[in-house]
Design a protein around this ligand. Structure first.
Ligand code: NDP
Ligand SMILES: O=C1OC[C@@H](O)[C@H](O)[C@H]1O
Length: 350
């Protein structure tokens, strides 16, 4: 498939590099609000076309599919514009800043009968798929609780965007989303019935530390924490009645996990799967690119891109693991968390 990337930031770079490990996929265009930025990006990554506006990329008949990699605050507008042109869309997480935006996006995809998926790449890691299968088989027993965290010390002066409310920033939407997805995966996709949260807002308005306790029927719980001010462990444990699953850092893009039965007669099982980008992958200039990602394990973005391309080729309109229903359920939980911690986005006013 021929992809256009909208945006030239950290994840746009990482996705473009990761795609070198997806030989059937081609990035044919990159678009930015500023032509000099898309030109620079195109030169660096050997992308044939550079556009100085997002709209130009959407008008390009040689673009089969659009990856919305711009700031969260413009996801809905850009993704709806692409869907309006009948271009299938992979939109970075979160798909929108609130449930109203995500509903609008899902309705636009349905109205245009065009593929849409929110880029919660965690679901496409082979380790996550294997764990999901193990849970469905009952290897862990009945799941009782999930404990997970992710956090880092964001240098706010250098990277204000990630916590800036005007860009849809804040720890909850940036990373808390994965925590909620993991918990819902463990509880077979069910939405929590109770949502409690404590949060702290930073100087750019976004939350910089949020802890959530989610409750499901039968006393099942998830204890989830995100921080942009502390190096949290970034690991996860899923407890069941027969065994526990441990996913080490970085749980949201994992290359390993362990299933440990409580019965001492049973042996623990290790699951591991390396990243798709081969050590020797090079760019057009023959330089090694495998160590040039901005973010951890970004090579795994190829898993997601391959799956999306396969779905689109098969005429699907949504993905089975990150369904429209799941995207909506998770943003509804995040809306409730935001209410508890007093986090508002400009788009909440409309
Ligand atoms: N899946 C994953 O692992 C990750 C996903 N993300 C998600 O990707 C998205 C982008 O994040 P990231 O790449 O880190 O962010 P960056 O700040 O690095 O890049 C964002 C890009 O968005 C474009 N943009 C459009 N409108 C605006 C605006 N009003 N303000 C600022 N930038 C704007 C800019 O491109 P230009 O100026 O060229 O138009 C900019 O380069 C977010 O939604 C984030 O949640 C982020 C990191 C990891
Ligand atoms: O989406 C994300 O996933 C990976 C993290 O390292 C990153 O900061 C976050 O935005």
């Amino acid at each position: 498939m021929r992809w256009a990337v909208l945006g030239t930031g950290q994840i746009a770079h990482d996705f473009t590099i990761a795609m070198l490990a997806a030989p059937k996929e081609q990035i044919v265009a990159v678009a930015s609000r500023a032509l000099e930025r898309s030109k620079e990006f195109a030169e660096k990554h050997n992308v044939p076309k550079a556009y100085g506006s997002y709209d130009e990329a959407l008008e390009d008949p040689e673009v089969d599919i659009v990856y919305v990699a711009a700031a969260t605050s413009c996801h809905v507008q850009l993704a709806c514009a692409a869907l309006g042109k009948k271009k299938p869309v992979l939109v970075e997480k979160p798909a929108g800043v609130n449930a109203r935006e995500v509903r609008q996006l899902l309705e636009t995809a349905q109205k245009n009968d065009t593929f849409l998926m929110e880029g919660v790449w965690m679901h496409f890691f082979p380790v996550v798929r294997a764990l999901s299968d193990a849970m469905k088989r009952g290897d862990i027993g009945d799941i009782t609780s999930v404990h997970a965290s992710f956090g880092w010390m964001n240098p706010v002066d250098v990277n204000p965007g990630v916590e800036d409310v005007t860009q849809g920033g804040g720890g909850l939407l940036a990373v808390g989303i994965y925590l909620i997805h993991l918990a819902m995966l463990a509880f077979n996709g069910a939405k929590p019935e109770k949502v409690e949260a404590v949060g702290e807002l930073g100087p750019k308005g976004g939350d910089v530390r949020t802890s959530m306790v989610l409750g499901w029927s039968g006393g099942r719980q998830a204890m989830l924490a995100v921080s942009l001010r502390d190096n949290y462990a970034g690991s996860a444990v899923i407890y069941g009645t027969k065994a526990k699953i441990s996913i080490p850092f970085p749980f949201l893009c994992p290359t390993s996990a362990t299933v440990e039965p409580y019965d001492p007669k049973e042996m623990p099982t290790s699951i591991s799967e390396g990243l798709p980008c081969a050590e020797a992958t090079t760019n057009a200039a023959g330089e090694l690119i495998s160590n040039k990602f901005n973010l951890i394990n970004s090579a795994g973005l190829a898993y997601e891109a391959n799956r999306v391309a396969a779905d689109v080729s098969q005429g699907k309109k949504e993905n089975e693991h990150v369904s429209h229903e799941l995207s909506l359920a998770v943003i509804e939980v995040m809306d409730k968390v935001r209410e508890k911690i007093g986090l508002c986005y400009p788009a909440d006013k409309y």
